[in-house]
Design a protein around this ligand. Structure first.
Ligand code: NZQ
Ligand code: ZN
Length: 388
């Protein structure tokens, strides 16, 4: 087992009646707030008015950056950083899903430097300072509300890249499951596929795990498998929304990542799909995951599949290991495509074979994906082909 440092400094306000703490939390960092949000769902749901009222009560001066895109663009980050400089912003409040929170993290970092924001992603620029961030999460999916990473797209180069810094953990995050009642069935399905994938990326670890963390991961996976279909069928089921929301935060946090010894696999393959086709992250992951599992299955890897199959999907432990593994892959596909109702092929979502070479090369821009099984560009291409 490897050594690790555990440090999640984000304070979480979970539940229905926590908004009263927003003003106090933001006021810790100053008076001038940049509120960031996406395409306007927060106005339809009333969350915008609620947050504005709380900030007014606390005597805060609020500036706004709206229109942050799903698969957020570097242009929004640049714009937000300029606003921070121009208005001498003390603290950022991100209200939204992973896209708004990710963009806000990189606004917070870019506001403190003179170089271009994209240099954090391509030139190895290091975050040495960042403005404080508070978030109100509106979609259970990415875990950005309680982690230190953010993924940004650059349409000019068709790149979608992730970067992280210890300085980018939100100072506080407000998690009210009721706020997610309005998330569409499709986005609920995509978000749930994303949560599940974050856990898979760590559970399928090259060098084994710890019993304690395996058990937590299995519990988180069972939570998503149980509650995502309920949230889709009954959008206002508080128990389902609450379970998904808290699972999203823990699914990608430093807790389970403690055991991780290898790189993630489906995420780098998916980011290339979103970069070129602007598809929803969770949908791309869903299509890739069962194919990637199939591609990596052999005598040397079968044990993790057996553990997943028996402990998460309840497959008969007395069956031969390869049979359990195949059934675990089938159960994963059944969950993603039948229970969540997501499209199951690239063809259905318009992803074309002509782009496979370039996307596979970019997914392996570090030479290979040193994941559960090492994947080179030719492996990634084969996995893409399995998705057609
Ligand atoms: O923009 P608005 O109008 O708010 O609408 C959004 C958007 O259209 C809508 N939505 C969000 N909350 C809603 C709602 N609609 C109704 N009611 C609500 N309460 O949902 C749509 C998708 O939102 P988005 O923020 O894009 O979704 P998600 O949270 O899935 O974020 C995806 C982004 O996060 C990145 C992904 O790559 C993608 O760019 N990721 C970030 C990670 C991280 N920071 O650690 C890890 C992930 O693996 C992932 O890569
Ligand atoms: Zn993800």
């Amino acid at each position: 087992m490897k050594d690790f440092i555990y440090n999640i400094p984000t304070k979480v306000y979970f539940g229905k009646d926590q908004m009263g703490n927003l003003g106090t939390e933001l006021s810790k960092y100053g008076k001038r707030v940049l509120l960031t949000y996406g395409g306007g769902s927060i106005k339809k749901t009333g969350l915008y008015d609620q947050a504005m009222a709380e900030m007014k009560k606390a005597g805060l001066e609020v500036f706004e950056l709206s229109g942050i895109e799903p698969n957020p663009r570097i242009g929004s980050v640049r714009k937000g950083a300029e606003m921070c400089k121009e208005h001498n912003i003390d603290v950022l409040l991100a209200i939204g899903g992973g896209s708004t929170i990710d963009a806000t993290k990189w606004i917070a970092a870019s506001a403190c430097v003179e170089h271009d924001a994209w240099d954090f992603f391509t030139k190895g620029a290091v975050v040495e300072k960042a403005l404080p961030i508070v978030t109100i999460l509106t979609l259970a999916a990415t875990g950005s509300e309680m982690n230190f990473g953010g993924v940004i797209s650059n349409p000019e180069t068709q790149d979608k890249l992730a970067a992280s810094s210890q300085l980018l953990f939100p100072k506080a995050s407000f998690l009210n499951p009721e706020v997610t009642y309005t998330v569409s069935k499709y986005q609920t399905a995509c978000g749930s596929a994303d949560i599940l994938s974050h856990i898979f990326e760590i559970y399928f670890n090259a060098e084994g795990s710890m019993f304690m963390l395996d058990s937590i991961m299995e519990g988180l996976m069972k939570t998503v498998i149980k509650y995502a279909p309920i949230a889709i069928a009954e959008p206002e089921n508080y128990e389902a929304r609450a379970n998904l929301m808290w699972a999203s935060s823990w699914g990608i946090s430093g807790l389970i990542r403690a055991v991780q010894t290898c790189a993630w696999s489906c995420h780098p393959m998916e980011h290339e799909l979103s970069a070129v086709y602007d598809i929803t992250h969770g949908l791309g992951l869903a299509i890739l995951t069962p194919r990637w599992m199939q591609y990596c299955l052999d005598e040397s890897t079968v044990d993790r599949y057996v553990k997943l199959g028996v402990n998460v999907f309840g497959i008969d432990a007395s069956l031969p290991p390869m049979e359990i593994a195949e059934k675990a892959i089938e159960a994963t596909a059944d969950f993603l495509f039948n229970k969540l109702g997501l499209d199951d092929t690239f063809t259905k979502v318009g992803i074309k074979e002509e782009d496979f070479d370039i996307m596979a090369q970019k997914a392996c821009r570090k030479g290979c994906i040193a994941g559960f099984k090492t994947l080179y560009a030719e492996d990634v291409k084969k996995i893409y082909e399995m998705c057609l």
